[in-house]
Each structure stands twice: as structure tokens, then as C-alpha cells.
Design a protein around this ligand. Structure first.
Ligand code: HEC
Ligand code: HEC
Ligand code: HEC
Ligand code: HEC
Length: 223
């Protein structure tokens, strides 16, 4: 009797162990799957679409004239600048043959290189012509600071800040400046900006933003 009961308990126990093991395996797989999806998400590349795509909704005065403000800023001419007399001279000093073709300059003078020394691969193509929507000629475009817009540019998404951010919009564009405005620039000049305390600096966010700010009319200047 007692033997059979032990046996019975044993069988019951091993069934439990099997059940627990299966549950553990399922759980482990689930965890692995979740981790893989999270990683994929982090690495998912949104396509660059170019400033012309943003223009259709961000050019009117009511919207805040972002496109024309950008067009009037130095950022929209950063590619052209590379071929100027100063540009060619700086290139020569850096051992660069053609600054408009070198990642050493284009990493900061274009959006298409996305802060690296090579052309980004996540660039949308115009179906009708097969041509890239973003080229180095665009210089430092909207997407340098706001990130690639392929998935957040729809009106419904743009109106919902959190949704737009989940589709790739940079929640903190102000933090982008120093990626390019730093002493790696051949024209870095620590006396370029005069600060309130009498000191100088190569970059000062408040003053620099003042030169390129493009807020919506109703929004207050948050800096
Ligand atoms: C189809 C129209 C449309 C297009 C295209 C579009 N936007 Fe927008 N965008 C909007 C609207 C609408 C808002 C919200 C304005 C509001 O709430 O007052 C907005 C808001 C924004 C904001 C502020 C969002 C926030 O929550 O902080 C940024 C930044 C922005 N757009 C950048 C871009 C960039 C860069 C592109 C191009 C890659 C682009 N937009 C393309 C319509 C558009
Ligand atoms: C780390 C980013 C960065 C790199 C790399 C870079 N630049 Fe620039 N460049 C800038 C910034 C930012 C400015 C604006 C001036 C400043 O604050 O340095 C600028 C300004 C310039 C100007 C305008 C100068 C003026 O006085 O108005 C020229 C010309 C230029 N760069 C050429 C080049 C060339 C040629 C290369 C490659 C050899 C290069 N840059 C590499 C960021 C960079
Ligand atoms: C050099 C970086 C840079 C570039 C280039 C740039 N922006 Fe911005 N943009 C910013 C920063 C910084 C803000 C301010 C965000 C804040 O106040 O928190 C901003 C704010 C905005 C806003 C929100 C305005 C508001 O009132 O809240 C819109 C819309 C916008 N940008 C659209 C554009 C478009 C469209 C382009 C290209 C035509 C562009 N931006 C180019 C850095 C940039
Ligand atoms: C992708 C690189 C890049 C980023 C990011 C960037 N800039 Fe620039 N910026 C440049 C380059 C390159 C120039 C010089 C362009 C030229 O002279 O043709 C420049 C020039 C300027 C100038 C004119 C020169 C000066 O210092 O008066 C201002 C102002 C400026 N940027 C402000 C900003 C602000 C503010 C931010 C962040 C919100 C920012 N930039 C982000 C690359 C960048």
C-alpha cells in the first residue's frame, strides 16, 4: 500500500517536473522572442525622405515657415560650402582630395551620411524615377536633427507627439548640435560666441538656436 502510494506520488511528482520544465522552456522561448523583437525594434531603420517631403506641411506661415527658415540658414548650404575657396583649402589641409565626396567632411555637412563617413542605406527611393529622395546636396536637412521621417511624416502621426516619437521622431533635437558643432570642425573657433559672463565659446546653444529657430507661431520659445 505504502509502496504504491509512494509510486503514485513519484509519478505525480515527475509529471509536475515535466510540466514545470515545459513551462520553463516556453517561458525561456518567450523571453528570447521578446528580446529579439525589442532588439529588432531598436535597430529598425526608418527611411530618410528628404526636406522636400516635410515642406508640404511645414512651409506656410501658420505652420511656422520651418522650410523657408531652414532654406535661409547656413545648414541648407553646407554641401555647397565644401567647394568654396575656404572649403577646398581646409580639405587640402586635411588630406582630402574632394570634400564634396569625402565622408570626412560629409559626416557633418550632409544628412545623407547620418554622422558617419559613409552614405546611409536607409534612404527612401522615389518610385516613379528610382532616384533617392535624400542626396548629399540637401546639406544639413530637417532629418539631421529630427531623425529619419519615413515613418512619422503622416499627419495623423505627427499630431500625436508620443506616437511620432515611437515612429522615429527625435524627442530631443536640441541635443544634436554638438555632434557637429565641436572641435573636429576645421573652422572651430573658440571665440565665435561671446557669452554673458565675458568668456567666449565655439558654440552656445541659446545664441545659435536664436539664428535658426523655427517654432510654430503659437508655441512659446522654449529654447
Ligand atoms: C502631412 C503633413 C506633414 C508632413 C509631411 C510632415 N509633418 Fe511634421 N507635423 C505635421 C503636423 C500637423 C504637426 C503638428 C502640428 C501641431 O500640432 O500644431 C507636425 C509636427 C512636427 C514637429 C513637432 C512634433 C513634436 O511633437 O514635437 C516636428 C519636429 C516635425 N513636425 C517635423 C517634421 C519633419 C522633419 C518632417 C519631414 C521628415 C515632417 N515633419 C513632415 C505635419 C506634417
Ligand atoms: C565635426 C563636424 C565637422 C566636420 C568633420 C567638418 N566640418 Fe566643416 N563645419 C562644421 C561646422 C559646425 C561649421 C560651422 C563653423 C563652426 O562652428 O566650426 C563648419 C564650417 C565649415 C566651413 C565654413 C567656414 C566659415 O568660416 O564659414 C567650411 C568651408 C567647412 N566647414 C569645410 C569643411 C571641410 C572641407 C571638411 C572636411 C575636411 C569639414 N568642413 C569637416 C562642422 C564640420
Ligand atoms: C539643426 C537642427 C535642426 C534642423 C536642421 C531642423 N530643425 Fe526643427 N527643430 C530643431 C530644434 C532644436 C527644435 C526645438 C525643439 C524644442 O523646442 O524642444 C525644432 C523644432 C521644430 C518644430 C516644432 C516647433 C514647435 O513650435 O514646437 C518643427 C515643426 C520643426 N522643427 C520642423 C523642422 C523642419 C520641417 C525642418 C526642415 C525644413 C527642420 N525642423 C530643421 C532642430 C532642427
Ligand atoms: C549634421 C551636422 C550639424 C548639426 C546636427 C547641427 N549643425 Fe549647425 N552647422 C553645421 C555646419 C556644417 C554648419 C556650417 C555650414 C556652412 O557654413 O555652410 C553649421 C552652421 C550653423 C550656424 C551658423 C554658424 C554659426 O555658428 O553662427 C548656426 C547658428 C548653427 N549651425 C546652429 C545649429 C544648432 C542650434 C544646432 C542644433 C539644434 C545645429 N546647428 C546642429 C552642421 C550641423
Amino acid at each position: 500500500m505504502s509502496n504504491s502510494s509512494t509510486n503514485h506520488r513519484f509519478t505525480h511528482q515527475s509529471r509536475n517536473i515535466i510540466a514545470i520544465t515545459i513551462a520553463a522552456i516556453v517561458f525561456a522561448c518567450g523571453t528570447l522572442l521578446t528580446t529579439a523583437t525589442a532588439d529588432e525594434k531598436a535597430e529598425a531603420l526608418h527611411d530618410f525622405v528628404g526636406a522636400k517631403k516635410c515642406k508640404m506641411c511645414h512651409k506656410s506661415k501658420q505652420a511656422g515657415s520651418q522650410y523657408s527658415i531652414w532654406l535661409d540658414s547656413k545648414h541648407s548650404k553646407a554641401f555647397e560650402t565644401l567647394a568654396s575657396e575656404d572649403g577646398l583649402k581646409a580639405a587640402k589641409e586635411a588630406g582630402v582630395e574632394d570634400p564634396q565626396k569625402s565622408g570626412k567632411c560629409l559626416k557633418c555637412h550632409s544628412t545623407a551620411y547620418n554622422f558617419t563617413e559613409t552614405m546611409a542605406t536607409n534612404i527612401a527611393v522615389k518610385k516613379s524615377t528610382g532616384k533617392a529622395r535624400l542626396t548629399v546636396e540637401e546639406s544639413v536637412g530637417c532629418e539631421s536633427c529630427h531623425f529619419a521621417g519615413g515613418d512619422y511624416k503622416k499627419k495623423k502621426i505627427m499630431k500625436d507627439h508620443d506616437l511620432a516619437v515611437s515612429k522615429g521622431l527625435n524627442p530631443e533635437p536640441k541635443k544634436m548640435c554638438l555632434n557637429c558643432h565641436n572641435d573636429e570642425s576645421p573652422f572651430w573657433d573658440t571665440t565665435r560666441y561671446k557669452l554673458a559672463d565675458g568668456k567666449t565659446a565655439g558654440f552656445d546653444f541659446d545664441q545659435a538656436w536664436d539664428k535658426i529657430k523655427h517654432l510654430r507661431p503659437k508655441a512659446t520659445d522654449t529654447k
